[in-house]
Design a protein around this ligand. Structure first.
Ligand SMILES: Nc1ncnc2c1ncn2[C@@H]1O[C@H](COP(=O)(O)OP(=O)(O)O)[C@@H](O)[C@H]1O
Ligand SMILES: O=C(O)C1=C[C@@H](OP(=O)(O)O)[C@@H](O)[C@H](O)C1
Ligand SMILES: [Mg+2]
Length: 180
């Protein structure tokens, strides 16, 4: 049996990091953590409030602390969903790359748009043209997701369960090759 190390999901808003991460953790029996939830718990406030009061810089500072905490203070391997901007800081990319097996959940801008339109809890998308914002962010961040990832998985399948299965198959394949 293959024992998975920390599995760290990166990718744009709406790629499904939170949803797929939770499903993956259920099938592996590993604890699930979401850096956005840890940031909110540590701050005692939600993400829109943090952005409003502390700006994006304040949020990014908290995000670095949460990523460090989650990759250093756990005694068992976990599944970690990150926020879409977690790759922006170089120090975060080092934390992520060294913190476990990094999976880039890829989604097209149109998929990101559809999937993020169900919620208004993403401050960066509270703009007149969320599609243009997602496109701009994607142009900057896609190379960074690729830089940090060990594996890339397309999330084009409609059902989160089949994406979670695809992710696990890709991880197994990667670990088998690594141990061959
Ligand atoms: N493969 C998928 N197909 C369809 N909808 C999805 C898929 N993955 C996630 N979703 C939906 O998209 C929304 C955003 O997912 P979420 O997990 O919050 O993304 P992220 O954490 O990457 O921003 C949720 O409503 C979720 O149910
Ligand atoms: O892309 C980003 O910069 C952000 C993505 C969000 O997480 P999700 O990717 O889980 O939506 C959250 O961290 C915050 O709103 C900022
Ligand atoms: Mg999320």
């Amino acid at each position: 049996m293959i024992i998975a190390p920390n599995i760290i999901l990166v990718g744009p808003m709406g790629a499904g990091k939170t949803t797929i991460g939770r499903l993956l953790s259920q099938s592996l029996g590993n604890e699930f953590h979401d850096s956005d939830r840890v940031i909110e718990e540590n701050a005692g406030a939600d993400i829109p409030w943090i952005f409003e009061k502390e700006g994006e810089d304040g949020f990014r500072h908290r995000e670095t602390q949460a990523l460090y905490e989650l990759t250093h203070n756990m005694d068992k391997p976990i599944v970690l969903a990150t926020g879409g901007g977690a790759v922006m800081r170089e120090e975060n990319r080092t934390i992520l790359r060294n913190g476990g097996l990094v999976v880039y959940l890829y989604a097209t801008v149109n998929q990101q748009l559809v999937r993020t339109s169900k919620s208004n809890h993403r401050p960066l998308l509270q703009t007149g043209n969320p599609k243009a914002t997602l496109s701009k962010l994607f142009a900057v961040r896609d190379p960074l997701y690729k830089e940090v990832a060990h594996i890339i998985v397309e999330t084009d399948t409609r059902h989160p369960k089949s994406v979670a299965k695809k992710v696990w198959d890709a991880i197994e394949q990667h670990l088998k090759l690594e141990n061959a």
